[in-house]
Write a protein that binds this ligand. Structure first.
Ligand SMILES: Cc1cc2nc3c(=O)[nH]c(=O)nc-3n(C[C@H](O)[C@H](O)[C@H](O)COP(=O)(O)OP(=O)(O)OC[C@H]3O[C@@H](n4cnc5c(N)ncnc54)[C@H](O)[C@@H]3O)c2cc1C
Length: 501
């Protein structure tokens, strides 16, 4: 496609996507290429995106970040899962808790034993066997790799943090290495008349920034990938009906819980993200069912402390950019697509895209094969995550509003329909190749959303009734004992501050 060696990488946009990409690029490729980031204070960032999922731990380790410093600087807290309230029906609640549940058996997941135990009359919930869930609901946390004295896995966690402070933290990191920041608004993109490649960005005032490879991190504006190169967008709003959000911070509430809350309302859902200094709140809703004013009222009347600002409205369209990489432009972040924030997957997808770009990084020019592989992987990733999010809407038993009835009636992608049917009939759930979500994550949301297995795996019949009762009892005892020994989440957060004294 192009034989020019990539020496100058230009990232346009300084939101979470821009600074994550800059940080990883300079850490891994900083000695080989020059990296410039252009951002516009005038335009600003979307300013939301405060909940993450466990792979962020690996990402931070790859950057060599100190966890305590990271949490202090971003006012971060611990996230052990997401509690879904009123999603199945009003008054119901379940958690997508990170990590595993119960005990891993070869060839057969733990929940099959739980299903059989229920068929025998057991009344315990699946989450009685989740260390993460029990720690979350008891407001406990400490890093724990294994349950003491056993080979059972310990706690799996992620973070909540302040979006603005996170971008600032990464900016400091990237600038302290080799990234050059240019402040300014780009108002023209110059293309090579023959190849159609982007050659330079022209800023207001006339300054120019040249590059060999450009990363479009301009958020929903998609200035390079869409406006300059014309790459289209697959709209998924027929599966993911929400298209607006309003976000507002509120005063701190103690104790600071170590999980995100997602509370379903009549035409959308509300998030609560606890940080060290405040709570982040937002309402995600369908503009076909609620006006902005109605949504505002729902959000403001469901805060658990005084608001610290006025809510701001964010419009979005769920879907994906048809090609994340075209010619010499790679779209990362909101410019490459957006799935709504229900499972906190966007920041992860930025980290994964930046990692993928490094793995596919062009050497002696940009090759069609590398571009195609990058695009293939990006598509597989986002489609699998899409199905997982649709599941929450589809498998609801709420009949109290048009919105939920329509969600329940909608046709979903075949890939999801098959998963739901297989699980309902047999209890079997498989993680597809390249699926971000584990079998245990699928099992929790399927069961939490009322897709109950009618059968269990034959291996679960290998234990006698009394052996099964003993197994379930001893697992519960181990988990409860382990949770008792953990410090509270507030104590853990205090220990981070102590580390600087
Ligand atoms: C309601 C909502 C809630 C969310 N919650 C979560 C969550 O809990 N967890 C999660 O993982 N993700 C979440 N996300 C997604 C997350 O916010 C984004 O993925 C993340 O912030 C990345 O945004 P971005 O950097 O792509 O875009 P933006 O933050 O919009 O940044 C765009 C950048 O481009 C610059 N720019 C644009 N045009 C120009 C120009 N012409 N010249 C110069 N610079 C320009 C802007 O100044 C800015 O710096 C949420 C998103 C929404 C909408």
């Amino acid at each position: 496609m192009n034989n020019k060696v990539v020496k100058n990488l230009v990232i346009l946009g300084g939101g979470t996507a821009g600074w994550i990409t800059a940080a990883l690029m300079c850490k891994v490729l900083g000695k080989s290429i020059s990296i410039t980031l252009v951002e516009s204070d005038k335009i600003g960032t979307v300013g939301v995106g405060e909940a993450t999922i466990p792979p962020i731990i690996n990402f931070n380790q790859a950057l060599g970040l100190d966890e305590k410093e990271f949490l202090r600087e971003t006012k971060g807290t611990i996230k052990l899962g997401i509690q879904f309230e009123n999603w199945l029906k009003q008054g119901d609640s379940y958690m997508h808790a990170f990590g595993t549940i119960g005990k891993n058996f070869p060839f057969c997941d733990f929940h099959h034993f739980w299903v059989r135990h229920r068929q025998n009359g057991g009344t315990e919930s699946l989450w009685d066997y989740s260390l993460n869930y029990q720690a979350a609901k008891n407001n406990k946390f400490s890093p724990l790799s294994q349950i003491k004295g056993t080979n059972l896995p310990g706690i799996s966690y992620a973070y909540h943090f302040d979006a603005g402070l996170y971008a600032r933290f990464l900016r400091k990191y990237a600038e302290s290495k080799s990234v050059t920041r240019v402040e300014g608004t780009v108002d023209e993109v110059k293309l090579n008349p023959e190849s159609g490649y982007v050659e330079k960005l022209v800023l207001e005032g006339g300054d120019e920034v040249q590059g060999d490879l450009f990363v479009d991190c301009t958020g929903m504006a998609a200035m390079l990938i869409h406006k300059a190169l014309g790459v289209g967008y697959d709209d998924w709003s027929h599966w993911l009906p929400c298209d607006r959000a309003q976000a507002v911070p509120s005063a701190l509430v103690k104790p600071i819980v170590p999980y995100t809350r997602s509370i379903a309302h009549e035409a959308g859902w509300q998030w609560r993200i606890p940080l060290q200094h405040r709570t982040g709140n937002g309402l995600v809703y369908s503009s076909r069912h609620w006006t902005d004013e109605q949504a505002r009222e729902v959000l403001m009347s469901n805060l658990d402390a005084e608001p610290l600002a006025d809510p701001k409205v964010i419009r979005f369209r769920t879907g994906r950019r048809r090609e994340a990489w075209r010619k010499n432009v790679v779209a990362i972040g909101l410019s490459s697509g957006f799935l709504e924030p229900l499972e906190s997957t966007s920041i992860h997808m930025i980290q994964s895209a930046a990692t993928r770009l490094i793995k596919c990084f062009p050497h002696c020019g940009i090759r069609a094969e590398e571009v195609a592989e990058y695009n293939r992987q990006s598509q597989v990733e986002i489609e699998r995550i899409r199905d997982f999010i649709i599941l929450h809407y589809k498998a609801n038993q709420r009949r109290d509003s048009e919105f939920w009835r329509q969600c329940e009636e909608m046709a979903v992608p075949d890939s999801l329909q098959q998963k739901m049917e297989l699980f309902r009939k047999s209890g079997k759930a498989f993680r597809d190749f390249d699926d971000l979500f584990t079998e245990v994550a699928w099992q929790q949301v399927l069961i939490g959303q009322g897709v109950m297995p009618e059968d269990h795996h034959v291996i679960a019949d290998g234990l006698s009734d009394s052996q099964l009762t003993d197994l379930m009892g001893s697992l519960q005892t181990l988990i409860q004992g382990s949770v008792k020994q953990l410090p509270s989440h507030d104590q853990f957060l205090a220990s981070i501050q102590d580390a600087v004294k």
